[in-house]
Design a protein around this ligand. Structure first.
Ligand code: URA
Length: 440
């Protein structure tokens, strides 16, 4: 498609009209080929952000993105293929717990993950906190690993959905990230190209998530499920809260340690509850369990019998990491300075908010995340929450431990962290761990 041919398409979307499947495919092909310039695609995406896309347009966009690269084919793998995606949050280390459990349950789990940006963490950064762990694996090696181990935890291959890399970078600098059809096509194109037959999506809502309200998350979840089902994949979405971080640890090595603890049965209840919920849907969708009770019992048995932890060690070894970390997390990097942030004031209080966004930002101050793509991160630093929403706290009691490189950085993070905690003189109920599911 030529640059002149794009103007009427931008014009039509600006006026609230609909583009055909061929027009969307042509536009994206032209963009990836370098014939359509960034500024035209930016203008079109801004029109999409305001005017939205019909379901047919969103499906066409997703298909055109998939067609920009290779699609993985798992024929003959001998196990049901499953995939999972989280829309991103603070302290979300679920994949490190779930992937080995699902592999131990007999699934083939190819998890292509991303890096953290801003207040949100990324699974690849967490895995790289494990000494030696490699996330860049050629596709043929990945397939052999999945045949042998049942899982791979890797970076997004540049051969899959190259259009997304280009579009996402443009959205990042043109304030067009927060559009439901653009997010949905970005996520689902990668899931479809990954080739798994069953897809479970963890759609987060709350201050630490892309979608800050439950309603927005529901809209996105419905769209994701429709795209997946429309492409012939069994798809479900679980809505989960990102009002406070998931689990207690925020920061790469600290989160790996918490994921390992969870596989040993010593993890925080909310992380295990979400792992069980997502895993149960995966077992059901892939035919590895008959009902939710059996699915949950299977996952719990694999955790309690140590198969999940052993599978994680096998996975780490296959990807050149040090598998001893599973039995001895002290091998992970640790920060030289640990300072407790204590409650100030007088009289008992209840934690009303432990704001995920503010806690993610405080971890950023310590160097646990990156402000812009490519920034270095420090695997050792982060925050461990000692009090969570609903907990009763007394003056002098630690609300969080800050793991820092220096005393000065710890003090700076504590200042940022204070804004995250809202304390109430009245008792506050702990958040419920009931999940809304879309696509059942
Ligand atoms: N995650 C993605 O992969 N793409 C988006 O657009 C947003 C979140």
């Amino acid at each position: 498609m030529s640059a002149a041919g794009v103007v009427p398409l931008i014009e039509r979307k600006k006026n609230g009209g609909e583009l055909s499947r061929d027009e969307i495919a042509g536009l994206l092909r032209g963009y990836v080929a370098g014939e359509v310039p960034d500024y035209q695609v930016s203008a079109w995406m801004m029109a999409v952000l305001w005017r939205g896309m019909t379901e047919a347009e969103t499906l066409a966009m997703t298909r055109a993105m998939v067609a920009s690269g290779r699609e993985l084919e798992w024929e003959g793998i001998g196990r049901p293929t499953v995939d999972k995606h989280s829309t991103g949050g603070v302290g979300d280390k679920t994949s490190i717990v779930l992937v080995p459990l699902m592999a131990a349950a007999g699934a083939a789990f190819v998890k292509m993950s991303g890096r953290g940006l801003g207040h949100t963490g990324g699974t690849l950064d967490k895995l790289e906190a494990i000494p030696g762990f490699r996330v860049e694996i050629p596709l043929d090696e990945m397939r052999r690993q999945v045949e042998r181990v049942g899982a791979a935890l890797v970076g997004q291959s540049p051969e899959l959905v190259p259009a997304d890399g280009k579009l996402y970078a443009l959205r990042d600098v043109t304030a067009t990230v927060d559009s439901v059809p653009l997010i949905a096509s970005s996520i689902m194109s990668k899931k479809l190209a990954g080739g798994a037959r069953s897809i479970v999506l963890d759609v987060k809502w709350g201050s630490g998530a892309f979608m800050t309200t439950l309603d927005e998350a529901r809209t996105l979840a419905r769209m994701l499920v429709r795209i997946g089902e429309g492409a012939g994949r069994r798809t479900r979405a679980v809505l989960s809260s990102m009002r406070e971080p998931l689990g207690r640890a925020v920061g790469n090595a600290l989160e790996v340690r918490e994921a390992i603890d969870t596989l040993h049965g010593r993890g925080p209840a909310d992380l295990w509850a979400l792992t069980l919920e997502l895993g149960a849907h995966q077992l059901l969708l892939s035919g590895l369990a008959r009902d939710a009770d059996e699915a949950r019992a299977t996952l719990t048995r694999l955790r309690d019998g140590g198969e999940g932890a052993r599978k994680l060690a096998e996975l780490i070894q296959a990807q050149h990491g040090d598998p001893r970390v599973v039995d001895d997390p002290s091998i992970l990097a640790s920060a030289p300075v640990v300072v407790a942030m204590e409650m100030e004031g007088d009289g008992a209080r209840w934690v009303a908010e432990a704001d995920a966004r503010a806690i993610g930002d405080a971890a950023l101050v310590l160097g646990a995340g990156r402000r812009k793509k490519g920034d270095p991160i420090d695997p050792a630093v982060g925050i461990v929450l000692r009090a969570r929403i609903g907990d009763r706290v007394e003056p002098g009691q630690p609300l969080a431990d800050v793991h820092a490189r220096t005393e000065a950085e710890a003090r700076q993070a504590i200042e940022a962290l204070r804004a995250a905690f809202v304390l109430s003189p009245e008792p506050v109920a702990a958040p419920s761990d009931a999940y809304e599911v879309i696509g059942e």
